[in-house]
Design a protein around this ligand. Structure first.
Ligand SMILES: Cc1cc2nc3c(=O)[nH]c(=O)nc-3n(C[C@H](O)[C@H](O)[C@H](O)COP(=O)(O)O)c2cc1C
Ligand code: SF4
Length: 514
């Protein structure tokens, strides 16, 4: 019986993985066992099919159902040569170049198999945490240098310390899986490819801060991920990773999945908490911080999914092993998501310190269209546009901030020279206007006025005076907005104005793409 691995990640399903699995099952009959995995993250090779051989897994891709008879005829069950053969999966250069810590298991294991999870290092993190005790568990996360992967880059362990120290009758762990940033998909991949890692991370967080209940706030646009995660919760309860007695101890913890209705602002932690409480997703004023007064008024850890899913590996291998990767105050690795007009898009996890140019040109292979790269937007819709002249910027929270940029959730969207940055700046204002929760004036009104003024610039009306007006408006939004939706929308706008001034001075352009 030969084991064949075929992803059931949505990115693979979208390009026909289900039909490929059916074709392999029909052709292989009793001679094959098909294991459905998450994705390895090499999206241009999906559906990527792997065959287990004595020499390790051999990869073939991208495979269509029509290729399947030819693959069998060529002897692919023994890893034989074929035009689609990519050799040993682990040696594919794009994969071999990475340092996968958070995504170490993704694409390799059956996401719903506890045995697979255990065989690939699962449960080691929680076992070590239970040995260390709650406060030492928190200190281990502090020492690792892990910073929040949701956007702000706040040290995860310090947040946990605050929650643990806040007096309360109950505390909560909330996983932010709202993942609204353009060009990002890492949270989804983890939910689909290694959900038990997230569950283990949340259990460790609960143990550390003294919480017995966790919520995962996902999004309705992720039905497949939500389905797999729901099944993972069931599997985890059966395995004693969730429930009244975690791994036989007297510590109990359980998790509920909640699905938001698709507002970008519900990814902002306080709007998320409102939504979890059943209210409209409107931002709360801070203080009090959610760590002091969060869900239902109790001290709450709100962490991005990647922050939590990284915790098991930190505990399992020790804080130092994680902190050994990275540069400056950006320790460990970042699951970078490469998207947009790019040849090799996908999930690339590497240590902080790699340059933006390496990511875009070497890893991403430049644009898919083959035209020159003109701009890269980093960190989602509120992130700055970087021109190639800044491609020496190292992937590091502080280095990005120094250049007016944002690492955010690790999204990188590539544009070729056909992009018009004045249209992108207009889009940033329009996005903010649509997604604004409406609580504060600079964001609610400023974004609409900003889109109008950029329309006038694009129409060639009093260009210099209107550019000055937009710049002034951006300052008001930056410093007068209650949260980062209004406060960061100026970054894409101002970076477009700074690095691509010619795009705003072309005269009569058609007004606003609707
Ligand atoms: C408008 C807006 C949208 C956000 N969306 C997300 C999101 O989708 N996922 C996320 O983890 N954090 C998001 N954040 C950041 C969260 O407010 C919060 O900082 C984060 O969940 C904390 O987790 P971390 O420390 O692990 O990064 C968003 C922030 C803003 C202002
Ligand atoms: S900045 Fe925008 S989204 Fe944030 S609180 Fe103000 S109105 Fe709401």
């Amino acid at each position: 019986m030969t084991r064949i691995f075929i992803p059931q990640d949505v990115a693979a399903l979208a390009v026909g993985a289900e039909k490929v699995a059916k074709a392999v099952a029909a052709q292989g009959g009793d001679g094959v066992t098909i294991v459905r995995t998450g994705s390895r993250g090499l999206f241009w090779l999906e559906p990527l099919v792997e065959v287990e051989t004595p020499a390790g897994r051999i990869a073939y891709g991208p495979v269509t159902p029509a290729d399947v008879p030819g693959l069998f005829a060529a002897g692919f069950l023994t890893g034989a040569a074929h035009p689609l053969c990519l050799g040993p999966t682990a040696q594919i250069p794009w994969l071999a170049r990475q340092n996968r810590l958070t995504f170490a298991r993704c694409g390799i294991i059956d996401p719903l198999s506890v045995e697979d999870y255990r065989a690939h290092g699962g449960f080691k993190g929680i076992a070590r945490a239970l040995d260390l005790g709650p406060s030492n568990t928190i200190e281990e996360v502090v020492r690792s240098g892990l910073r929040g992967r949701g956007g702000a880059g706040f040290p995860t362990g310090i947040k946990w310390r605050t929650v643990a120290a806040a007096p309360a009758d109950r505390r909560y762990i909330v996983c932010n899986a709202d993942e609204g940033d353009s060009g990002t998909f890492a949270d989804r991949m983890m939910l689909e490819g290694d959900p038990l890692a997230l569950i283990e991370g949340m259990v460790i967080a609960g143990y550390g801060v003294g919480a017995d209940k966790g919520y995962v706030y996902s999004r309705s646009e992720y039905p497949h991920a939500n389905h797999i995660f729901t099944r993972a919760l069931y599997v985890a309860r059966k395995a004693g990773l969730l429930g009244p007695s975690i791994l036989g101890t007297d510590f109990g913890f359980d998790i509920e999945l909640r699905v938001g209705a698709g507002a970008y602002v519900c990814g902002e932690e306080t709007a998320l908490l409102e939504s979890l409480e059943g209210k409209r997703g409107v931002v709360r004023a801070k203080p009090p911080l959610p760590a002091i007064k969060g869900l239902f008024g109790r001290p709450t850890v709100v962490n991005n999914l990647l922050s939590l899913a990284t915790v098991p590996t930190i505990l399992a291998n020790g804080a130092q092993a994680y902190a050994d990767y990275g540069m400056g105050r950006s320790r460990g690795t970042m699951p970078i998501q490469i998207a947009g007009n790019v040849k090799f898009g996908g999930l690339f996890e590497d240590a902080f310190g790699i340059t933006l140019g390496e990511i875009v040109n070497e890893v991403g292979g430049g644009t898919l269209t083959g035209r020159p790269v003109k701009a890269v937007q980093c960190g989602g819709p509120l992130g700055a546009y970087f021109p190639p002249s800044l491609f020496d910027t190292q992937y590091d929270y502080e280095a990005f901030t120094a250049r007016g940029g944002l690492i955010g959730h690790g999204g990188i969207v590539v544009f070729d020279d056909s992009v018009d940055l004045s249209a992108q700046a207009r889009f940033a204002m329009e996005f903010c206007a649509i997604e604004s929760c409406g609580k504060c004036t600079p964001c609610r009104i400023g974004s609409t006025r900003g889109a109008e003024v950029i329309d006038r610039i694009r129409a060639g009306i009093e260009v210099e005076a209107n550019i000055a007006l937009v710049e002034d408006l951006c300052q008001t939004m930056k410093f007068g907005s209650l949260c980062a939706l209004g406060g960061f929308t100026p970054y894409p706008v101002l970076s477009a104005l700074q690095h691509f001034p010619e795009d705003f001075r072309r005269g009569q352009l058609p007004v606003a793409a609707e």
